[in-house]
Design a protein around this ligand. Sequence first.
Ligand SMILES: [Zn+2]
Length: 539
Amino acid sequence: MGLDGPVDLCDAGGPLSTPVQESLNWNTPQRKESTMSRKIHIFDTTLRDGEQVPGAKLNRRQKLEIAEQLARLGVDVIEAGFPCSSPEDLKAVQTVAEQVKGPVIAGLARAVQQDIDIAWEAVKKAERPRIHVFLGSSDIHLQKKLRRDRESALHQAVEAVKYAKKYCEDVEYSTEDASRSDFDYLCRVIEACIQAGATVINVPDTVGYALPEQYGELIRNLREKVPALDKVILSVHCHNDLGLAVANSLAAVRNGAEQVECTINGVGERAGNASLEEIVMAIRTRESFFDAHTTLNTKEIYRTSRMVSRLMNIPVQPNKAIVGSNAFAHSSGIHQDGILKDRSTYEIIRPEDVGIKAHSLVLTARSGRAALRHRLEELGYELTDEQFQKVHKRFLNVADRKKEISSQDLATIVEIELTKVSETYTFDSLQTMSGNTMQPLASVTLIKDDEKITDAATGNGPVNAVFNCIERIVGESGELRDYDLKAVTTGKDALGEAMVRVEIRGAIYSGIGTSPDVIEASARAYVNAFNRFFANGNG
Ligand SMILES: [Zn+2]
């Protein structure tokens, strides 16, 4: 269980030289509105489509935290949820609508009055509310799911748009499963919905079936056949079942789409949605090719990615484009040599442009509060005094065991301190004994209601023994479904991050724990999973 971390992302400093191609706009500051290139609207659905991932359910406070970060990132639209799916989701969308300023706040609704009523209830207090209505348009969906004919579905779509329009000026209509729909029928539905008042028309590849060339052609043909689309925003929404969500979205942008629906880290049901950071950085890096731009503050991308990964308990694969821990790590000798001579030899995006910063100032246990505060501000954290106290305490704790605290250590500390679930049990301490000639033994102490509870257990390994202890203390048994351990920072004294998925009474709960000690990180993650179980009203 070594912690051989990836190459340090924060290592990317040094002067930059002139880009070798005109499309490598390295030195261009954050893009401003241009009269020449088209603006592509970024519609983030991490909180709706992304949240449908099993085990990634967010509570209201977590949703708000992500929504506030998405506003800092500068997305144009936040789809905050599907309000009629549960009273809790309704409340969460309401909270986001009331508190998050800047982006349009959208709520999803099926094309029925009751859903639309609830969606409006959820978003009506937003600065800029949007109701997003959807209905299937493919024959497969109409016949097999909705059991109805094309004409009555078209009528229902029009009625739904008109009904939503009574509440809200901004109404988006999604032709669900558009990529498998009859083209002429699709055109008729779109035309009728625009006539009924829709301001955005979305053409989703709901099942991830489309191929880039074909999907681009669909968008181009729609633009040709339905001139009314010029009056509204044409949107796309792609799923990644064939690994083509980003490619399809970009093909659509090339052929006239003006809004892209996507999620941070590409999270979403099944193989996920189109990944926001890949779409945004592809458009930015190849701006002249697309003749288009977005108005996102790309320097917030990395922080948003980390936050979503942590709050949803979905790790980011190391080789993930843009935000993976190896995305900017050059390991081959030839590449390293090139990078040292001139970064543009092998690097098309500067790590700084997505918010991965290079730093010279080193924080240690002796760094004062002012230095810590300064670094936190530099990393973009705006903490209240109370939050700062918590972070400072944890910082001292980690600094005691680690010589240097890097920016990534700090980001991890902040995220852990500020995104806690309510703790029924708090981790206190542990001891383990193991070796190749004895049965591993562990003793763990947890705190519940100010009372320390200690128990001991054996296991087939030290981590397993610790998990058995925790189960004895909380009085519930869990089945470990997934266990992942990685270094979130580098060096011999790196912080280790453990993520677990535990099945408890038939449902999956995720947990995360961080510590320089891998067994402690695992214990914290396991306790965190049980805390989620208890926070869900169990126990
Ligand atoms: Zn979707």
